[in-house]
Design a protein. Structure first.
Length: 414
């Protein structure tokens, strides 16, 4: 049921008034394999949980008696006006959640004026997604840079042609993290879906596995072949498969490094698309990113799906911001579930945030309409938070509006 709100914030879906409720609805809409794949983190999942809990360590210091009748949540991103400093993070295989898949997410982003990141491992082609947004919102292509550069080269050329504004090179995934539910479920993309951006590259299947994370299974199924093929790294041994494009067969690339790959990528993308790195978590790497002239950083631990035990992204953010000194934009993702989380991340120095799983839950709940609902919930909460904290412009959000509360309840200014 949708009712018109009286507080001026907008319409409400009375069944779903928060991202928490959205998560609960989505839980019941997804089959077990999809739910486990989307929701789990690596190993014990402690980094996934800490990404969320990190936001609870901060409290907001509201200022009052300021005229907050006109609040502007807009920010510029890649030359576009984004209605809030929030984007939808790239997440793979969205058609598992709902038949609307990535097109539903794209339409929702377009309708809401919100940037969208498209995964290399999408179940919809980048051309179809770009056409849906028709240049109205900036689209970012997330890139797994294949060891076999021809695959990546083609993809980058297509992204340029389709009008993507930037590529986010994911740098936290030289190997895939250990996701135990995925392994136990023997996760497979059902045969009626395709990893669409690479569908034409596929060779006749020797193996039908499309699992992103089933190392034991892959080992037994994949056959060694010519060394000119991309492969996955299995300890000391490289395995070169044929068959459908999978993360294991074509994307895991433990050879990636700053000198060789970032320079190459900048040349390939230049000048049409900006090259950013996604998955930075330390000041040292942030400085290297600046040194190599990448255009921006996303502080990310892949939603706790890669290195479990890594620092929560909100806790890693301050050292990255400090190192970068405003030379390039710093974005953050991981664990953002409330408008107040967006406010806190910005107060700690982020320029922009990306949300991952909530978009998947929105898709599972109601397809495109569910993603719109998610974006509306979080954007409305953010706007309300700004107003109640006494801020009317995004650029005025600063650490003056936060305090940190430690485990014993001790409150400190930042
Ligand atoms: C199901 C799923 C698939 C993902 N696929 C990708 C991907 O293909 N490429 C990538 O760089 N990050 C991927 N991510 C990570 C997200 O881009 C983002 O970093 C993360 O979801 C943010 O955390 P959150 O889910 O807590 O918001 C994926 C995350 C999830 C949950
Ligand atoms: C195809 C996968 C490797 C996508 C991904 O990054 C993830 O599942 O976290």
């Amino acid at each position: 049921m949708v009712v018109r709100n009286v507080d001026g914030v907008g319409d409400h879906d009375l069944n779903c008034l928060s991202i928490e409720e959205l998560e609960r609805h989505a839980y019941n809409m997804m089959d077990k394999q999809t739910r486990d794949y989307y929701n789990e983190g690596a190993d014990s999942g402690s980094t996934l949980r800490e990404n969320i809990e990190a936001y609870r360590k901060y409290r907001i210091r509201p200022r009052v008696l300021r005229d907050v009748s006109k609040i502007n949540t807009e920010v510029k991103l890649f030359g576009h006006t984004n209605t809030a400093p929030i984007g939808v993070a790239p997440t793979a295989m969205q058609r598992l959640a709902h038949s609307d898949g990535e097109l539903g997410t794209a339409r929702a982003c377009r309708n809401m004026g919100i940037a969208m990141g498209l995964s290399s491992f999408a179940t919809t082609t980048l051309e179809d997604v770009a056409a849906e947004c028709a240049g109205e919102v900036p689209n970012v292509l997330q890139l797994y840079l294949f060891e076999e550069r021809e695959h990546s080269k083609k993809l980058i050329a297509r992204a340029k042609k389709a009008g993507f504004k930037a590529v986010f090179l994911t740098v936290d995934t030289p190997f895939l993290g250990r996701r135990n539910l995925e392994i136990r479920n023997q996760f497979k993309l059902p045969p009626h879906f395709k990893i669409a951006n690479f569908a034409e590259e596929e060779e006749p299947a020797l193996a039908d596995e499309t699992t992103p994370n089933a190392p034991n299974q892959s080992r037994t199924r994949q056959k060694a072949k010519s060394s000119s093929k991309p492969g996955y790294h299995d300890g000391e041994k490289r395995v070169y498969p044929t068959g459908p494009i999978t993360f294991h067969s074509h994307a895991a690339n433990p050879t990636l490094c700053w000198e060789k790959d970032i320079e190459w990528l900048k040349e390939e993308c230049c000048p049409e698309m900006e090259v950013w790195v996604k998955g930075i978590a330390t000041a040292e790497d942030a400085l290297l990113a600046v040194h190599h002239n990448v255009r921006g950083i996303v502080v990310s631990n892949h939603g706790g799906r890669q290195l479990n035990g890594a620092l929560a992204t909100l806790d890693a953010l301050p050292e990255v911001v400090e190192a970068v000194q405003g030379k390039i934009p710093v974005h953050v993702d991981g664990g953002i579930r409330h408008g107040t989380d967006v406010f806190k991340a910005l107060a700690l120095g982020a320029d922009f945030v990306w949300v991952g799983r909530p978009a998947l839950w929105g898709l599972a709940y109601k397809g495109q309409a569910g993603v719109e609902l998610m974006l509306k919930l979080i954007s409305d909460e953010f706007k309300l938070c700004m107003g109640l904290a006494g801020v009317i412009k995004v650029e005025d959000i600063s650490k003056d509006y936060l305090v940190k509360v430690d485990r014993s309840g001790f409150v400190s200014r930042l």
